[in-house]
Design a protein around this ligand. Structure first.
Ligand code: SF4
Length: 323
């Protein structure tokens, strides 16, 4: 039975098939990534796509590369020069459109591949000499064009803890956004959605936080489809901005302000001390957050209890445990 992650997971993530351990690479091998299969697989149901197998290249096969030409990029066999461009372009166009039915909330791609790579894919001159390394895989070109808001990452970049957390935050947020806009939506639902995402947004991009506050306040001036498009774009753009210690400290201090009436002086002093330790990078973010969650429960502060910022992804992923 082929591995597809958690079968009943509501969140579906597209993936380059070789990353799941299937022998679909040109050399009959695979590129199984343990973080993806052993950890993310507990939360996501994977939809695998191998463009090179799907266009009929088979295994083992001649490797292909991308030729940069004035008329556009071509995909050709490295030794034979066999041209796969038309087949791959037609296939990619059809396949990414068909993915709409899967309602993907994210996509993980194999880096450097002439079909699947997201960035820095090698390009060659028609004579076979290296040209540059700023290409995009041919299939991925269509994917990114069709789903500009979809969180997309490469397996190599997911080994960077900051990029990993950012991607996972966006996948979960995009899934919630898809749920919000899955049918007719009310102003009340939008306001609630926006309210619970406020601190998360502030931790990523104060600029988007302000812009989106104005957008939600003016919701009555928009047609539903226009509002949905504008709100979705700003949210996904804002969350793509990386969090920093400074931005997290800002959010933590907002939270302390919210607590003012509830916290006894000694608890508040201790919380401020822990936030300062985090600011100095003596402890990871999970430390002040764990304390805040305890106070939120203890003093029953419902506005804070609902904030996605406090739990944007399962704690088992241990994404906030690094200094
Ligand atoms: S990188 Fe893409 S095309 Fe290449 S083997 Fe993996 S899934 Fe298939």
């Amino acid at each position: 039975m082929k591995y597809r992650g958690r079968k009943d997971a509501p969140i579906k993530v597209g993936i380059s098939t070789c990353l799941l351990g299937e022998n679909v690479r040109f050399d009959s091998g695979h590129k199984r990534d343990r973080f993806i299969t052993d950890i993310l697989g507990d939360y996501f149901h994977f939809i695998p796509v191998c463009p090179e197998m799907d266009v009929g290249m088979g295994v083992p096969r001649e490797a292909v590369h991308l030729i940069d030409e004035p008329g556009g990029t071509r995909m050709v066999g490295v030794r034979s020069g066999k041209d796969w461009t038309t087949k791959m372009r037609r296939y990619s166009d059809r396949r990414v459109k068909r993915l709409a039915k899967d309602r993907l909330s994210g996509y993980i791609l194999k880096s450097k591949s002439p079909s699947c790579g997201m960035e820095r894919v090698k390009l060659f001159h028609p004579n076979g000499n290296p040209h540059s390394a700023n290409g995009v895989g041919m299939y991925t070109e269509y994917l990114l064009k069709e789903y500009p808001l979809l969180p997309v990452e490469e397996e190599g970049r997911l080994h960077d803890i900051g990029l990993r957390e950012n991607f996972i935050v966006r996948v979960f947020a995009y899934h919630r956004l898809q749920e919000l806009f899955s049918g007719r939506f009310s102003r009340k639902e939008v306001v609630r959605f926006h309210t619970i995402h406020k601190y998360l947004l502030l931790a990523h991009s104060p600029k988007h936080y302000t812009q989106m506050g104005k957008l939600v306040a003016a919701i009555a001036d928009y047609k539903p489809t226009e509002f949905q498009a504008e709100y979705s774009q700003l949210l996904m753009e804002g969350l793509k901005v990386k969090t920093t210690t400074k931005k997290n400290v800002n959010v933590l201090m907002h939270i302390v302000g919210f607590f003012k009436k509830h916290l006894p002086a000694d608890d508040k002093k201790y919380l401020l001390q822990v936030i300062d330790d985090y600011h100095k990078q003596l402890v990871p973010l999970v430390v002040p957050l764990t304390l805040i969650k305890r106070y939120v429960d203890k003093y029953e502060v419902s506005y804070l209890a609902d904030q996605i910022y406090l739990s944007p992804h399962p704690k088992e992923l241990m994404l906030r445990n690094h200094v």
